[in-house]
Design a protein around this ligand. Structure first.
Ligand SMILES: C[S@@+](CC[C@H](N)C(=O)[O-])C[C@H]1O[C@@H](n2cnc3c(N)ncnc32)[C@H](O)[C@@H]1O
Ligand SMILES: [Zn+2]
Length: 372
């Protein structure tokens, strides 16, 4: 099969001709490439601009696009790995186009590489779940760990048993399932990390379309591990009404819904802390602006992330309106009314109809009903 040259960012590289007729995810070619993950890759490159790192491991590289872009666009020495011989051959061909960059190509199970070598940044981008790789990556990543997961059905509760098996946590298919997926994955990464007396700090994390992307700083010491664990907890969701609450605890309590008395369903354990770092997002926005990318999809995402309340479990206000059989006001009006009532409220990147708030349900109901 012939290769086709493509340009992403300022990096040129070859990918095999992909079968135009295959449905998503594209998987027919000998080596995988998905153009729709460009925003995922762009986000990492922008973040790397503000981090001081001197080695990056693209553990599961396929064409090598991530590692190539990091080497060429950020000037960081990279190791690009894939255990597939076809992928490794393509990576070598692509790496040969950048003789001025420090690029090492390896063709192994990435776990073997991570077992013997540490990198400032480890980046996991598997087919589906990263669960089998996080443990070893948590020891190999000196300063930063980046993780993509595309198994959103198990993470979000649509495939409940698979979610429990992979992540040792109970998801639930709620209106905020994308947020549950992100927080469940983050909680799992924390539990895989703290056993090594290390912790994590989320820098820039988001869920989009069919994937979750985490950019995490690794911290060292048992105390840092304990600090990370303080962000582990549960969401209690009423199965009968929209009521939900967050509990920060290693073991969940049993709760009854204060609205309707039903026994609450417990979701977790999962990460209930902030998923982004304000300083990092501010710098990302400035860098995007400086590049004339201030109106890009990525810049809009960064802005929404920065405004989003850090607490879990957003509401879809159209769902609430349906539940209460009322017709909803526009989101901005709802948010303004909640704020006027003295509570916090924001939009959320997970859902265009999502609202985050610390207001009780009756305030939310009034705000959804009141027009302008
Ligand atoms: C989703 S693709 C990577 C996509 C690529 N990072 C990109 O941005 O286009 C996953 C790749 O991981 C490779 N892979 C899966 N398990 C692996 C393992 N244990 N060690 C090394 N490579 C692995 C597969 O051969 C495949 O090429
Ligand atoms: Zn209830």
């Amino acid at each position: 099969m012939s290769d086709r040259e493509v340009l992403e960012g300022s990096t040129r590289f070859f990918i095999p001709e992909q079968d135009e007729n295959s449905s998503f995810p594209p998987g027919s070619a000998a080596v995988f490439f998905n153009d729709r993950m460009r925003l995922n890759r762009d986000s990492t490159n922008y973040l790397l601009r503000q981090l001081d790192v001197s080695s990056y491991f693209d553990a599961m590289a396929a064409s090598g696009v991530r590692g190539l872009r990091v080497a060429h666009e950020c000037g960081i020495p990279v190791t690009i790995n894939d255990y597939s011989p076809e992928a490794a051959a393509l990576i070598r061909k692509n790496a040969a186009m950048y003789p001025e960059n420090e690029i090492t190509v390896t063709e192994e199970d990435c776990r073997a590489v991570m077992l013997r070598q540490r990198f400032d940044v480890v980046d996991l981008d598997p087919f589906g779940t990263p669960a089998p790789f996080v443990d070893i990556a948590a020891t190999s990543a000196r300063h930063y760990l980046f993780v993509t997961a595309t198994d959103t059905a198990p993470l979000c509760g649509a495939h409940l048993k698979a979610g429990i098996r992979r992540y040792g946590a109970r998801p639930m298919n709620t209106e905020y399932h994308s947020e549950v997926g992100l927080r469940l994955l983050l909680g799992f990464v924390v539990r895989e990390t703290v056993k090594y007396d290390r912790g994590i700090e989320p820098l820039f994390c988001f869920a989009r379309e069919h994937f979750v992307r985490l950019h995490l700083r690794m911290t060292n010491g048992a105390g840092k591990g304990d600090m990370a664990l303080k962000n582990i907890g549960y969401i209690h969701q009423c199965p009968a009404c929209p009521w939900r609450m967050t509990e920060t605890a290693f073991l969940p309590s049993v709760q009854e819904c204060p609205e309707c008395g039903a026994k609450m369903s417990r979701i977790g354990p999962l990460w209930v802390g902030p998923i982004n770092n304000h300083e990092v997002l501010t710098q990302l926005a400035a860098d995007l602006d400086a590049d004339g990318m201030g109106e890009s999809v990525l810049a809009r995402l960064v802005t929404i992330l920065d405004g989003e309340l850090p607490t879990p479990a957003f509401y879809n206000y159209h769902r609430l309106a349906k539940h209460w059989r009322i017709s909803p006001s526009p989101a901005d009006d709802v948010i303004a009314t909640i704020r006027d009532a003295g509570y916090q409220a924001s939009r959320t990147h997970y859902d265009g109809r999502g609202i985050k708030t610390d207001a009780p349900l009756h305030v939310l109901r009034d705000a959804i009903t009141t027009r302008g």
